[in-house]
Design a protein around this ligand. Structure first.
Ligand SMILES: [Zn+2]
Length: 258
């Protein structure tokens, strides 16, 4: 009985949340057939088995217009879905001028780091996936600030692409699922950062750490310590910025946590 229960939980897809920053869960055929290749735009999409069906979990970019969207299944078949409306809040902040207008040298550094980070966030590793459910990487109050549209000194910035979890400096961060460390670094905006590749384009990111406890290429198991909470990079105090990505797209971590 317990085994059956565990198996049922392990095959669970996320809830269908078809809005910008959400995850569309789309039936893409019977599981007797081999796992299909599903693409959204230019990117492969994660496919898990749910009961006797295959389900695609599509990360929907925050700037996606509402209305009809579609995925391609095995190159030929088009499956449509509806992107619904979702309102995100706005926030106006006053911050140190050097963060608003980086100088030439800082811009060069930011550009180099962007390439490394984007490569890690868009990696595709074709491994079977049983679930995209995650455990919380740290315990603490979770903000609902994913998708928040921020203005620094009245200049619009890209929306907040993660969840901030309040925790004190030095709190151990645990891997929320199995994976391989795709990148680590000390970046201008994100501070000390770890990026984990869980497979099939499912990637998680941990920023502003005081300490990094893993190396690129290292395998991690759910529950392993990967570092500690800090206040490095562009932050006002210690917290964990937790980012979750599907098909290279930031999705709301709250949709993947218990
Ligand atoms: Zn954040």
């Amino acid at each position: 009985m317990l085994c059956l229960l565990v198996a049922a939980l392990a095959s669970a897809a996320p809830e269908h949340a078809p809005w910008p920053g959400g995850i569309a869960v789309i039936d893409v055929g019977p599981a007797e057939a081999p796992r299909p290749i599903v693409e959204f735009g230019e990117r492969r999409v994660l496919v898990t088995r749910v009961g006797d069906r295959w389900a695609a979990a599509v990360g929907i970019p925050l700037d996606t217009p509402t209305g009809e969207a579609s995925v391609r299944v095995n190159t030929a078949r088009i499956v449509s879905f509806e992107v619904s409306d979702h309102a995100y809040r706005e926030q106006h902040l006053t911050v140190s001028k050097s963060y608003v207008t980086p100088d030439e040298k800082q811009l060069e550094r930011i550009g180099q780091e962007r390439k490394v980070i984007d490569a890690a966030l868009t990696a595709w590793r074709d491994t079977p996936m049983e679930s995209v459910a995650l455990a919380a990487p740290v315990e603490g109050p979770r903000s609902s600030s994913f998708g928040l549209r921020r203005f620094f000194n009245d200049q619009p910035r890209s929306p907040h692409k993660g969840m901030d979890i309040a925790a004190s400096e030095g709190t151990v961060i645990n891997a929320p699922g199995n994976g391989i460390v795709a990148a680590t670094g000390d970046y201008f905006f994100n501070g000390r950062t770890v990026i984990i590749d869980h497979g099939q384009g499912f990637v998680t990111m941990y920023c502003h750490l005081s300490d990094i406890g893993v190396k690129k290429g290292q395998m991690v198991t759910a529950g392993d310590s990967i570092g500690a909470v800090g206040a490095t990079g562009r932050v006002t105090g210690p917290h964990l910025h937790f980012g979750t990505y599907l098909n290279g797209t930031a999705v709301d971590p709250a949709l993947l946590l218990p």
